[in-house]
Design a protein around this ligand. Structure first.
Ligand SMILES: [Zn+2]
Length: 335
């Protein structure tokens, strides 16, 4: 089991443990699911699934999910709700994760240029936590400047990695655009060519970021799309990822590792098993599959509400009798 290679076996891990975990994934040919959580109940559902599968898990909050964690009624000007919500999620996850007996990577999802104040606020919290605990509050963050120029993307990502490095914190970056729609960001009309990343770009990122820290991963576009759509719109080309690895190995003259790049697969929802297996065989260590799991979570609630409709319509009175109370049926949805 993956935990055997880690110094922390249960609960939130960071630093060298994250690198060891991802390397173990590449060696054993699997990837870790990254689940977008928005509430204590989605955290618990994910942790329970990880425990039952005896699998490490990545729990992440998006900027919108973080605001939801704080409460949609809170004003999010200057990203205040997203900062407060992601910090609340981090503390909640840190508190409950050890009870589930699996390693947890505590991560934050896409952060575009206009959302950088959110990332800055979380890094302030990381540094504060680091002072007392010698580790960052979050295991890792994602920065996503894929819609900006490649130069700006790399330069700015490097600056953030420089800030994360003293804490041993991981940074995921994106190059090439993930299509589709997620968390209010709509890339459904993006030209197909910008959905595929080139090996030269990956090498340039690898070289520049490796000089700062080994703790980074790359979400490289290979036709990925957020969401589940009718088949045939965009074609996944996981074999491109193999070209990236080969190019970096050649250019950097790496002898002992044929997968030096830690790759991330965004928009995993709706993909076939073979597409996952191919991507994993080329060094993908993290798979984001938000839409499928949002649906799975909603299905449980939907089925309960529909099957108990006659017990949830009034506080008293149901098919078992006009004076029967419905408290126990309502309580299940609120506790
Ligand atoms: Zn994504």
């Amino acid at each position: 089991m993956a935990a055997s290679v880690l110094s922390t076996k249960s609960g939130v891990i960071y630093g060298e443990d994250v690198r060891k975990l991802f390397k173990y994934c590449q060696e054993k040919q699997f990837a870790i699911p990254a689940i977008n959580v928005t509430s204590s109940s989605t955290v618990v559902a994910s942790l329970e699934a990880a425990r039952d599968a005896k699998s490490p898990i990545i729990l992440q909050v998006s900027q919108g999910g973080a605001a939801y964690f704080a409460g949609k009624g809170v004003d999010n000007k200057n990203q205040e709700a997203s900062i407060a919500g992601s910090i609340a999620a981090a503390h909640y996850i840190r508190a409950v994760a050890p009870a589930y007996g699996v390693p947890v990577v505590l991560h934050t999802d896409h952060c575009a240029k206009k959302l950088l104040p959110w990332l800055d606020g979380m890094l302030d919290a990381d540094e504060k936590w680091f002072k007392d605990n010698k580790e960052p509050l979050f295991s890792s963050h994602m920065i996503d400047l894929s819609e900006e120029s490649v130069d700006y993307n790399l330069e700015t990502t490097k600056k953030y990695l420089q800030r994360a490095q003293p804490m041993g914190q991981w940074l995921e970056m994106e190059i090439g655009i993930t299509g589709g729609e997620e968390d209010g960001v709509n890339n459904e009309d993006v030209d197909n060519n910008s959905l595929y990343t080139q090996p030269e770009d990956i090498h340039n990122i690898f070289k520049t970021l490796s000089a700062v820290s080994p703790y980074f991963s790359i979400a490289a576009g290979f036709g990925n799309v957020h969401g589940v759509y009718k088949p045939g719109n965009v074609k996944l080309h996981p074999e491109l990822l193999s070209k990236h690895q080969k190019y970096v190995v050649e250019q950097e003259k790496i002898k002992d590792d044929d997968k030096p790049v830690f790759l991330v697969f965004h928009g995993g929802s709706g993909s076939s098993k073979q597409e996952y297996l191919d991507a994993i065989s080329y060094g993908v260590v993290k798979v984001n599959l938000d839409t499928d799991l949002q649906y799975a979570y909603t299905e449980g609630i939907r089925d309960y509400m529909i099957s108990k409709k006659d017990y949830l319509s009034t506080q008293v009175g149901n098919p078992d009798g006009a004076d029967k109370p419905n408290k126990k049926y309502v309580t299940i949805t609120t506790t």
